[in-house]
Design a binder for this molecule. Structure first.
Ligand code: ARG
Length: 458
């Protein structure tokens, strides 16, 4: 059992099962690099306020540097029986720096240490996630540029609705991911704070230069309230919300791609590299990656919810409940990064099947709204036009004749204002060109969106 940082007042040994249960090392070993950076910054501040002599500070900084070197080489071995990463690092420092290392924990508590190292982790990883989102957005914009001219039925309620450009669908994904980037930026701001100097809750009696520590750690501000930061995990909840949002968006995109790849559609084709086969049915090519992505939305939602419920009802300041944040945070962040990395390659290699898309445009019910709008143009109130076109659609379905094959005399019986030029409506190109609003599926609007993103994501 590793030495505790708090043994003095205890006469009994900790229950061994409780000791194991209470340890967070299994999760927070990932924070070792951040703890070391904090140790270096803290040592400088301790030297500045006279707690460490120059030679003690030098020893500690050298020990930190040697552990950082090992960490970079992947050879840093920490005592797995430690209560947490903070205790483990301190024990390692002592092995190298000797008694000087006993002074590093002056004027700080694990309460501010854990808050600080988690903030650094969240900050770093949100930057990474935002970068991955940008790369994914760029890949999707590239796909949009390749598929501007591919027209297909857009759906609502999973039913054919109106003609859309495939690029328009891709660009809607870019919008979702842009919202995620915004959220990531907001969550990052919550994490970007120097909390050292707070001690366990009340601040410390040492004149620590907190601005120096903030500068050393690349943080933008120092805390205004030591009691608040000890128990503040809003930045963790926010990061988990970000991963929830990304996970939910990727699940949506994944679902669209899987529907597009079913035999019924085949409008898109995911590369084999992201599919797996069946151990029994030799013909199968299953979209397992996108299924796992869709499923992972549950992991992200669960972890966010877990954190939210852990925070509910907690009094202000540090309580050990907060340690569960690690169980949620690391899994969600690491899974999000893993998925985004693969999703980028899935998008890069995605094929669009234009001929398959074209087949679906034979369904002339896709032009029903255009037909109603045509009647409005000839003075018919929209409600009446809707009713008249509904009857035409129903007639065409019942008789099994395409609307464009119904003679004008017969069409006029349903909608007296129709004229011979109505037959021009039944092409997908005409349909998209009729759209006039900003953000619509009109080819010029699509081109505008593609341009906008190419510029913005540069
Ligand atoms: N391992 C703890 C956590 O992750 C930090 C330790 C604080 N423990 C304490 N008894 N104050 O939250």
């Amino acid at each position: 059992m590793a030495k505790k940082l708090w043994g003095g007042r205890f006469r009994k040994k900790i229950d061994p099962d409780f000791d194991k249960f209470s340890a967070s090392f299994r999760w927070d070993h990932r924070l070792s690099g951040y703890d070391l950076a904090i140790d270096a910054a803290h040592a400088k501040a301790l030297k500045k306020c006279g707690v460490l002599t120059s030679s003690e500070a030098k020893k500690i900084l050298a020990a930190v540097a040697s552990l950082q070197k090992k960490a970079a080489a992947g050879t840093l071995k920490l005592d797995k029986s430690s209560e947490d990463v903070h205790s483990a690092i301190q024990a390692e420092l002592k092995k190298i720096a000797g008694p000087a290392a006993d002074k590093i924990h002056t004027g700080r508590s694990r309460n501010d240490l854990v808050s600080q190292s988690s903030r650094l982790y969240v900050k770093d990883h949100l930057v990474r996630i935002a970068r991955l989102l940008t790369v994914l957005q760029k890949e999707i914009v590239a796909k949009a540029a390749q598929s501007e001219k591919v027209l297909l039925p857009g759906m609502t309620h999973l039913q054919p609705a109106q003609v859309l450009s495939q690029a328009h669908i891709f660009l809607s994904y870019v919008e979702m991911l842009e919202r995620d980037r915004l959220l990531a930026g907001g969550a990052l701001k919550l994490a970007d704070l120097c909390v050292l100097g707070s001690g366990a809750l009340a601040g410390t009696t040492y004149a620590l230069d907190q601005k120096l520590i903030a500068r050393e750690l690349g943080l933008s501000a120092i805390t205004r309230n030591s009691y608040d930061v000890a128990g503040d995990r809003d930045f963790v909840a926010a990061a988990l919300y970000v991963t929830w949002s990304i996970g939910t968006h990727l699940s949506r995109i994944a679902e669209d791609l899987m529907i597009g790849q079913t035999r019924g559609f085949m409008t898109v084709d995911m590369d084999q590299a992201f599919c797996t086969g069946s151990s029994m049915m030799p013909q199968k090519k299953n979209a397992d990656f996108t299924e796992l992505v869709r499923g992972a939305a549950g992991v992200f939602a669960g972890n966010f919810t877990g954190m939210a419920v852990t925070l509910k009802g907690l009094p202000t300041s540090y309580n050990r409940d907060l340690q569960w944040d690690k169980k949620y945070l690391f899994e969600s962040v690491e899974t999000a990064e893993e998925i985004l990395t693969i999703f980028i390659r899935l998008m890069k290699t995605l094929r669009i099947n234009a001929p398959a898309a074209e087949k679906f445009l034979k369904d002339e019910s896709l032009y029903a709204t255009d037909l109603a709008d045509y009647l409005v143009g000839r003075g018919v109130p929209f409600g009446t036009a809707h009713e008249q076109v509904g009857k035409i659609v129903s007639f065409s379905e019942e008789k099994g004749i395409a609307i464009s094959k119904i003679g004008l005399d017969l069409l006029k019986q349903f909608a007296p204002k129709l004229e011979a030029d109505v037959y021009d409506l039944f092409t997908p190109e005409h349909s998209v060109r009729m759209k006039k609003t900003s953000g619509s599926t009109h080819p010029a609007e699509i081109a505008k969106q593609i341009n906008f993103w190419k510029h913005k994501l540069k």
